[in-house]
Design a protein around this ligand. Structure first.
Ligand code: CO
Length: 151
């Protein structure tokens, strides 16, 4: 599978809302595989489609068992609590910041075949999921960071 290039800020595509995925076909599965390859190569734990130039509601995240979860058309159903933690982003090389996020999140999304599922997460995984869903709305972590550090 080929690797895609990761767009970096201030690329315009990173700052726009993404469209819903309506067709679950081979092309989508190819994009998911390429996003996976790209994320692993970049040593990331999450990647959203706009970061590789597709304005589609697609994100992938690595869970606590290093398993990849596809989040297509994700919708946040519940969120609670609060946590502050350090975040970075493949679209902002060398930049890190403390971001406040909910501690717990419950999301409904579709898998690569279009099947709906519910995902609950807390702590770190909740942070990754929320960071990636923000990407699908054109929201980037520095806009939420309380402090920013340059490496
Ligand atoms: Co990011």
């Amino acid at each position: 599978m080929s690797k895609l290039s990761i767009l970096t800020y201030p690329n315009e595509l990173l700052q726009q809302p993404c469209e819903k995925v309506k067709v679950f076909n081979l092309e989508l599965r190819k994009l998911l595989n390429e996003m996976h390859t790209t994320m692993i190569a970049a040593d990331g734990v999450g990647l959203a489609a706009p970061q590789v130039g597709y304005l589609k509601q697609i994100a992938i995240v690595e869970n606590d068992d290093e398993k990849i979860i596809h989040l297509i058309n994700p919708v946040i159903l519940e969120r609670s609590g609060s946590q502050v933690g350090l975040e970075g982003c493949l679209s902002f090389p060398g930049l890190f910041g403390d971001v406040e996020r909910p501690f717990y999140v419950k999301v409904r999304a579709q898998d690569k075949l279009g099947k709906f599922f519910i995902l609950e997460a807390d702590e770190y995984l909740a942070r990754v999921i929320l960071h990636e869903i923000d990407h699908l709305n054109g929201i980037l972590f520095p806009s939420k960071a309380v402090t920013l550090y340059k490496e």
